[in-house]
Design a protein around this ligand. Structure first.
Ligand code: SF4
Ligand code: SF4
Length: 305
């Protein structure tokens, strides 16, 4: 586990209802060991603070170029990262909020203080905090410290994880996590590796271990990506796996998450290529068909957001 007390946070998001039970505050931690092309948070993939400009917001006023004390922004608005010292003058000066920092350093105490502001919503809805990303276990020691603090404050906790952290990480986190949200992206290990960069062996093993040996409630999350994992054969295998998890007594729900392209514009902002331009969201008929496959396997299933 990494030892840092400071965490690198992409953002906090309030009043979320799709990432665990009740109304939840989402804490997005930076860094991820997978590279799924459908990721809607590409700004959270790397473990650094990034300054980037959303071209589509820019009105060409030139303030940022003039205000930069380091001459780091060229006339065509390209950023010289070697000159930039992250002073933030451009971010403050831009009238269209086109420049943004992606990533902020926070202590566990600062995160929990921010999360506690939503406490009234947790009480009424049975909600709490969900740590997401990126992949929240990439900052495992910071996550552990923050989870411990949440439990001291009696805040319900969930983590949303790709399932690929070393076993001992889940073991250390488990006493402080009320619910594990774990992804199954593909049942074929070679295809899992092709699309995410890593095989699925450890992922599937960790899910079973969290639900059985660690005896923690699990919500399975299945991204439904046309042309990637949405064929009947893969969905049947995924449903059979979910049925195995159910045998442990700890499967709370399977969430089918239909593909959307809402994060696509962020790829350009981050200077990354979005490779699913041609992919359309699945039709409701297709989603209903997949839900039926899971119902036939006798597992609790719902369409997620
Ligand atoms: S953060 Fe500061 S140094 Fe960097 S580009 Fe903006 S104004 Fe220039
Ligand atoms: S200050 Fe903002 S709107 Fe003006 S040129 Fe720079 S990025 Fe564009």
């Amino acid at each position: 586990m990494q030892k840092e007390r400071i965490g690198l946070i992409d953002k906090l998001q309030n009043y979320c209802i799709h990432d665990g039970e009740g109304i939840r505050t989402l804490v997005f931690l930076k860094g991820c060991d997978m590279r799924c092309p459908w990721c809607s948070n590409p700004e959270s993939l790397t473990m650094d603070i990034v300054l980037a400009r959303a071209d589509f917001k820019c009105e060409d006023c030139g303030y940022c170029v003039r205000v930069c004390p380091k001459g780091a922004i060229a006339a065509d608005y390209t950023l010289n990262t070697g000159l930039c010292d992250m002073c933030g003058a451009c971010v403050k000066a831009c009238p269209k909020s086109a420049w943004s920092f992606y990533g902020v350093e926070m202590t566990p105490e600062e995160v929990v203080a921010a999360v506690e502001k939503d406490r009234a919503f947790y009480a009424k809805s049975g909600g709490g905090v969900t740590f997401s990303g990126g992949e929240c276990t990439m900052q495992s020691m910071f996550l552990l410290n923050t989870l411990k603090l949440c439990k001291e404050k009696m805040i319900n906790t969930a983590i949303e994880t790709n399932g690929n952290a070393p076993e001992h990480v889940y073991e250390a986190l488990a006493p402080y996590v009320d619910m594990f949200l774990m992804d199954v992206k593909h049942m074929d290990s070679a295809k899992h590796k092709e699309y995410t960069g890593v095989p699925n062996d450890r992922v599937l093993r960790n899910i079973m271990r969290v639900a059985s040996e660690l005896n923690k409630p699990v919500m399975l999350r299945i991204p439904l990506i046309p042309g990637v994992n949405d064929d009947d054969d893969n969905m049947e295998q995924t449903a059979a796996f979910a049925a195995e998890v159910k045998e442990t007594g700890n499967l709370r729900m399977v969430n089918i998450l239909p593909y959307h392209s809402l994060g696509a514009s962020k790829y350009g902002v981050m200077g990354m290529e979005y490779t699913l331009d041609e992919t359309e969201p699945p039709a409701q008929e297709k989603i209903d068909h997949v839900l039926e496959i899971f119902r036939r396997a006798d597992v609790p299933v719902q369409q997620g957001g």
